[in-house]
Design a protein around this ligand. Sequence first.
Ligand code: WTA
Length: 649
Amino acid sequence: MTRLYPVPARVSEGSPSKIASMDDWRQQWLAAKDNPDGFWLDQTKARLAWTTEPSQGLSGDFHNIAEQQVAWFADGTLNVTESCLDQHLATRGDKVAILWEGDEPGTTRTLTYAQLHAEVCKAADALRAMGVQKGERVIIYMGMVPEAAIAMLACARIGAVHSVVFGGFSAEALRDRIRDCAAEVIITQDQGLRGGRTIPLKATCDEACVGERHVRRVLVYQHTGAPVAWLPERDVWWHDAVKDASADLAAVTCAAEDPLFVLYTSGSTGRPKGLVHTCAGYMTWASYTHETVFDLREDDIYACVADVGWITGHTYIVYGPLCNGATTLMFESTPLYPDAGRYWDMVERHKVSIFYTAPTAIRALAAQGDDFVTRYDRSSLRVLGTVGEPINPEAWEWYYDVVGEKGCNIVDTWWQTETGGIAITPIAPATPTKPGSATLPNPAIVPTLLDDNALPIVGPGEGRLCLAQPWPGMARTVWGDHERYVATYFSTFPGYYFTGDGCRRDADGYHFITGRVDDVLNVSGHRMGTAEFEAVLISVEAIAEAGVVGFPHPIKGQGVYAYVVLQPGADPGADLMKAANAACREQIGAHARIDVVQVVPGLPKTRSGKVMRRILRKVAEGMPEALGDVSTLADPTVVEAIVAGAVRV
Ligand code: WTA
């Protein structure tokens, strides 16, 4: 039985939260379940600056989702930037909204709410002057500079739909996304900076746009000042565009269910999907979860060290904290630059009180020893969050003991791009924790574990994690392909949203996420599809067929293991791994790296030609004795060859 950690006094004392105890949590969870309309209408009216307040709560459900999208607050109108900016001007105009820490330690910039409002208005006016219309998609391909957040909010200010593409993606991956959402305008910067290295964002953007005639404008923020190629009829400098722009631009009124952004994410099959989040439900969920989970207080310095290219950056660097009037830190660098003390150096200098990172970073830092942590003063910390992948109890305990000195609560937050915000999590001032457990559901989240027969498990057990009721922050559809949305999330278990994750629930009702049960990999918290890797591999000249699976990795959580069948006569020798990874870098991005390549005579296929991935997984995990029944294979001898040639990792 895992030990229960009570909430440390530093966290529970003086909590302003409406969820400050387990009784509060129970009461709110039940209220949201029994009366979702009333509960969430109250929340949204208290949190957002509505133009026309909604009278409707939820419409739609998981049974008829093919015909009707889920909607929340459908008859209300608003512009979300008024919730993030304008509503704070009178009371928090001079409060720091964005605290930016650049790549070099101590390089900082601050923007107050008044300044951020002005910058967003100017950028919005610049976009408007370029002819960007309400509903039009704008791609944002930037690093972690305040202008990335300004660009997102500027799109929202004029009702345009942003799609942020992580700055590590390659030109090909960027081009796919530009095409999929038919974007005509891109916002980028000359270069990004990360860990002392430059990232050629404008050059990659140029490469992505070759032949893409529909891209009519590229707005370029100057960050490093490095020379860049320039197409005068297409490219515009940010500083020129905002020079004479209005610092007080009226916001365009949107419907509650108008799309706010599209964010691409990987799934089991095919190309990444553009998940659509809409204005009001997403914002309500972002604001509610950010405030309650982290127990936000007025003078907190809140630091989420994710990248705005992922959902965590959208919800917990930009939209949630700004809606709540918080001071949100944006971090341009890496946890290891210039050394493994960087986070804690930053915590000391900025007096960070809430800190949110990923298990991969925690494991990497723990491996470097405690000195890098203990040499800095961390007494300002109160809440420590983690997200993106399962956290192993050893890493959890290191975070709790060493970083938090047993005085902070750890919130292991489980959620997904699709859920829009945190779904299963401890509430910082209320929930006793267990290492490795995301604990209990937020109000509106009704987790259900389904067994092999698709039947709900009652009490303790392990199964596939599904959610039984709609919540305000859920993605409404896949851009341009509602059928794919329904097929991906609602067809495996009709009537439920299927998360793709496995989960164990203990006798206390605590949830332990066991990882993906589909063909999605989670490498260092980056979500990637095995199908994407396989498509890249078969584009390599020497490779005829490929099967990719994950294996447990001590730092990255999962590593990538590729089985390849060579083309007849091909002998790439030691260059195979190099060629494979060069192709991954080119077609996906630098974060997509294969750890192991094993050449096999054939893939284990059933007589109907389906690859038995279970076998590939077991061998990669170093458990060939647990292969199970292989009698349905077309050619059982390939298994012997695969086991004999397995690479120990
Ligand atoms: C995994 C990131 C265990 C999970 C916000 C999920 C987690 C996927 C946790 C979504 C956690 C996220 N414990 N696993 N606390 N948080 N995951 O869309 O497999 O990039 O399905 O969203 O990350 O990844 P995504």
